[in-house]
Design a protein around this ligand. Structure first.
Ligand code: BYC
Length: 312
């Protein structure tokens, strides 16, 4: 391609972004845009798939048939989200099998939040309330992300996430109407999940290498700190209604800013978890690797079946 032709394509790409229209798979895009989209969507897909584990651990121990049915449906939805997102990544010219290899060889990340253990059933409720709540805050703006297949996948995912959040809140409401021990279980789970939930939004803006470019390309519509603040403001009244205390002595309304101030986040812990040294990193990846290896015969059988159908 001549330099002039490439300049024309680049101008067209920039115009599409400026006019708030979508970039589609067959459109020309800068290599760095493609690489950023592959990185973000693949990591998002991995998060959904690894995210099945902490809650999945409780399916066989759910306290009633109703709770078991709800949890099964939620974990199944997460598998579905992973699949739409892997499909969206494939529109950028990568292969899903290769992405799985990158995950199990730890060459690509997944959300830090899924490296924490689920110790009691209250954790299932708190994941729904806080983790899915944080996910909604982060993902609703992604429905307007500039890459078409990602933005469209996010619309359905967000609808399901909002149901997930409500089921978590309803579970916690039920436990908070229960015995003293149940209330303590909820408070303990909130204490453990609050700070990791704030870390889900990523490093502070000043330490976020990707934000500026992703904002300019309208992949991200808000910065990490803006979304984190939105989440805190949204969650404080929900905690009050629930009757739990958020474990931050510095958390208070600031009338001048019109937002809640909150205490410092332990970014060393975040870095440790990202480097592979969180409480459950090794276990999560090992389990995903085992599932992949044990599923080899299914992939082989499906490929053989497809080949047979083609020859018929
Ligand atoms: N955990 O420059 P930054 C779910 C990485 S699924 C791990 O700010 P960016 C759910 C970041 O990737 C939740 N890594 O990056 C599922 C980058 O590393 P690389 C997943 C993190 O991309 C089941 C580096 O740190 N949601 O909700 O501009 C059940 C520097 O960061 C994290 C998504 O994936 C983290 N928390 O912004 C329930 C949403 N934070 O790639 C719930 C889509 C940052 O350069 N993703 N890093 O090696 C995004 O919105 C953005 O990618 C992020 C990070 C806000 C996460």
């Amino acid at each position: 391609m001549t330099v002039v032709a490439e300049e024309g394509l680049e101008r067209h790409f920039e115009h599409t972004i400026e006019r708030d229209q979508r970039i589609e798979p067959r459109d020309w895009m800068p290599d760095a845009y493609r690489a950023t989209m592959i990185r973000q969507i693949a990591q998002h897909a991995h998060s959904e798939i690894i995210g099945m584990q902490p809650e999945g651990d409780w399916i066989t121990r759910a306290p009633s048939l109703r709770r078991k049915a709800i949890l099964l449906a939620k974990v199944q939805d997460e598998a579905g989200h992973g699949l739409y997102l892997y499909s969206a990544t494939e529109t950028l010219g990568v292969d899903r099998a290769d992405l799985t290899t990158r995950l199990i060889e730890r060459r690509q990340k997944y959300s830090s939040i899924f490296n924490y253990p689920t110790l009691t059933y209250a954790d299932v409720g708190v994941i729904g309330w806080l983790v899915d709540g944080a996910a909604i805050c982060n993902q609703v703006p992604l429905c307007r992300s500039s890459y078409g297949p990602y933005a469209r996948a996010m619309i359905r995912i967000c609808k399901e996430e909002s149901f997930h959040q409500r089921q978590g809140y309803e579970l916690l409401m039920t436990m908070m109407r229960g015995t003293g021990a149940q209330k303590e279980m909820v408070q303990d789970a909130v204490n453990r999940w609050w700070w990791p939930s704030l870390m889900m939004f990523g490093p502070p803006d000043a330490d976020s290498p990707n934000t500026a470019r992703s904002m300019a390309w309208k992949i991200k519509r808000h910065t990490n700190d803006e979304l984190r603040q939105r989440f805190v403001d949204m969650t404080v009244p929900q905690a009050e209604a629930l009757g739990v205390t958020l474990p931050d002595p510095d958390l208070r309304w600031n009338p001048e800013r019109g937002h809640h101030d909150f205490g410092p986040i332990d970014w060393d812990e975040f870095k440790r978890v990202l480097s592979g040294d969180g409480p459950c990193n090794a276990e999560r990846v090992a389990r995903r690797r085992r599932a992949h290896e044990e599923g080899a015969w299914v992939r082989e059988a499906a490929a053989a079946h497809a080949a047979k159908r083609r020859t018929r």
